[in-house]
Design a protein. Structure first.
Length: 133
């Protein structure tokens, strides 16, 4: 039975993920760089068996990535919902963000800021304007 287009697309995506992860595993095993990341830590934990455990390493990395992605998204969704239901907490967070970012966004210089002096930085964000209006 022939696979439908959605199934073929899914398999193509899985192959792309596998290719990416296996390439990173090969890089680490070849010692091509001084990496200090989760994948390198996993490989070190397998010791001399790491080259024979590529499939298991791949499974670990993919699980960590997708579980972390889903967990972060869920946590943020609940955070925004709960903040929308608690105006005092939402206001306190806006004040803290404004205070922390008063000198500009991290990684930018003061001259590159687009905020108008005396104007709240959160008014530049459409989603924040809706929630504080």
């Amino acid at each position: 039975m022939a696979a439908d287009p959605l199934h073929r697309r899914f398999r193509r995506c899985v192959r792309a993920v596998n290719r990416f992860v296996y390439d990173r595993i090969e890089e680490r095993l070849a010692g091509g760089g001084d990496y200090d990341d989760i994948l390198s830590s996993l490989i070190r934990s397998y010791g001399d068996d790491a080259p024979m455990m590529k499939r298991e390493l791949r499974d670990q990395v993919v699980t960590l990535f997708f579980a972390g992605f889903e967990t972060t998204g869920t946590a943020l969704a609940w955070t925004w919902l709960l903040l929308s239901e608690n105006p005092d907490a939402q206001h306190a967070i806006h004040e803290e963000v404004d205070r922390v970012l008063a000198a500009g966004r991290p990684g930018t210089t003061t001259s590159s800021r687009s905020a108008t002096p005396g104007r709240s930085s959160r008014s530049r964000c459409a989603c924040t304007r809706r929630s504080t209006a």
